[in-house]
Design a protein around this ligand. Structure first.
Ligand code: AR6
Ligand code: MG
Length: 309
């Protein structure tokens, strides 16, 4: 089935994904504070607000601002936006800090991104963590979601696995948003198989997503053990588990975030990825959606994304 998706609808889908991403990021990062225990969240005890968001949200806001302004990713503009808006205290990865500094001081992004990690390029999870709203924007085409995710990734992540992580998350978010519009929930195995189909079969992220599909129905701790929980901060170690969680709990935002918190590892980023995909399906408020009190506890998003000039 083909259909017309009006720009306002695209923006609503992307903004809902951004709400889910930023709340997941901000709440997840609360669990790096000493003394915080995942059981508190399970028991309904929330950390005291405000929950400050991190680099995941800052970069995702730039992606959404680019889409709102031009409907497509212009890599030169996006690279500059990432570089100029980077507040290093937000917890950026060391490779990202360096690449963004190079871009800010005039190095073209292809040169800066290719120079990371001794010329291998970054396979960090940073391109995946910011991309779910872009996938939701492309609810009408997983092909377009994949192509635009690639463009949004390569300005900082030149390593094929770093790019594959972004493609995987964007395709999942596109399918989630599409399912919301169609009014039916995708079967977890079908969701994962569609994502795997968009990736290079020789890649590690692809293999991880295939493996995630074999673990559907198993306990979350077993899936995290087998797939990784992001503690290595790479796409390979982060994206397969996040897709397992999103596919399993696509209808239940709070439960999906709790699973990320309980799994440990790079919690702000696993919760940002999962939150972005799941909120593309559930939306904000309402049954299974991003809870209103969680949204209120999150530090407000930057003015340039909420009320663009
Ligand atoms: N070889 C080995 N390790 C690598 C490589 C490589 N080619 N590339 C990346 N890593 P980075 P990001 C590892 O710094 O992707 C924040 O906490 C390496 O350990 O390019 O934007 C966010 O919240 C490197 O430090 O930044 C996210 O969790 C790490 O991957 C995360 O950082 C991250 O790559 C986003 O990181
Ligand atoms: Mg972060």
């Amino acid at each position: 089935m083909t259909f017309t998706l009006f720009p306002d609808t695209r923006l609503t889908l992307a903004r809902d994904a951004l709400a889910g991403l930023s709340v997941g990021d901000a709440l997840g990062s609360q669990f790096f504070v000493p003394g915080r225990r995942p059981d508190d969240l399970a028991a309904g005890r929330l950390p005291a607000p405000p929950w400050e968001w991190t680099d995941d949200t800052e970069m995702a806001c730039s992606v959404v601002a680019e889409l709102a302004a031009g409907a497509r990713i212009d890599r030169d503009r996006l690279a500059l936006a990432f570089a100029q808006r980077c507040e290093p205290y937000r917890g950026y990865g060391p490779g990202a800090v360096r690449v963004l500094r190079l871009i800010r001081t005039g190095t073209p992004w292809p040169v800066a991104a290719a120079s990371a990690f001794d010329g291998q390029g970054s396979c960090g999870n940073g391109a995946a963590m910011r991309v779910a709203p872009l996938g939701a924007w492309h609810a009408d085409s997983t092909r377009r979601a994949a192509e635009q995710a690639r463009a949004s990734a390569e300005v900082t992540h030149a390593h094929p696995e770093g790019v594959a992580g972004a493609v995987a998350v964007a395709v999942a978010a596109s399918l989630a948003a599409r399912a919301r519009l169609d009014g039916g929930r995708p079967e977890p195995a079908r969701l994962l198989s569609a994502v795997a189909g968009a990736l290079d079969p020789a890649g590690e992220v692809h293999q991880g997503v295939r493996r995630a599909a074999t673990l559907l129905g198993r306990p979350a701790a077993e899936a995290a053990d087998a797939l990784g929980n992001g503690s290595r901060v790479t796409a390979q170690d982060t994206v397969p588990f996040t897709l397992w969680v999103a596919a399993t709990l696509l209808h239940d935002y709070p439960a999906a975030i709790r699973v990320c918190v309980e799994a440990g590892g790079d919690v702000d980023t696993t919760a940002a990825i999962v939150g972005g995909i799941v909120a593309a399906y559930t939306g904000v408020g309402g049954r299974g959606g991003v809870p209103q009190d969680w949204l209120t506890a999150r530090e407000p998003l930057p003015g340039w994304v909420t009320t663009p000039a």
